[in-house]
Unconditional design. Structure first.
Length: 116
């Protein structure tokens, strides 16, 4: 039951990240390589989230979904880590977009000033 809570707390964050990167790609705000890297990163995060706890239990000889040792602190900690990863990744993307926009504006200003 606790493992299900862990997955349900983190799944919306991962799905939000995937929808966000797909939207940015469709609006042509990110390149195809960045889009592919982001899709791979968030897919790996999802796979690790879904597979690490059952794999850990199987390696320790317990049932795959036995979550007796999973505490509320572990759930909150994992959720906060995934959210912080999303937030930092989102901030980095916004910083890249702002730098690109500033570079383009500087280039346009240079072209206009050179024409005078």
């Amino acid at each position: 039951m606790r493992y299900l809570i862990l997955v349900l707390c983190n799944l919306p964050i991962i799905l939000l990240a995937l929808v966000n990167i797909i939207t940015q790609y469709k609006l042509k705000k990110v390149s195809i390589t960045r889009f592919q890297h982001q899709i791979i990163i968030w897919t790996v995060v999802l796979i690790v989230l879904l597979g690490s706890f059952p794999l850990y239990n199987i390696l320790n000889g317990r049932s795959a979904f036995d979550s007796n040792e999973l505490s509320l602190f572990d759930i909150v900690q994992t959720t906060v880590i995934v959210f912080l990863f999303y937030a930092f990744n989102n901030l980095r993307q916004q910083l890249d977009q702002n730098e690109r926009r500033l570079r383009d504006l500087h280039q346009e200003l240079s072209i206009k000033l050179s024409g005078k």
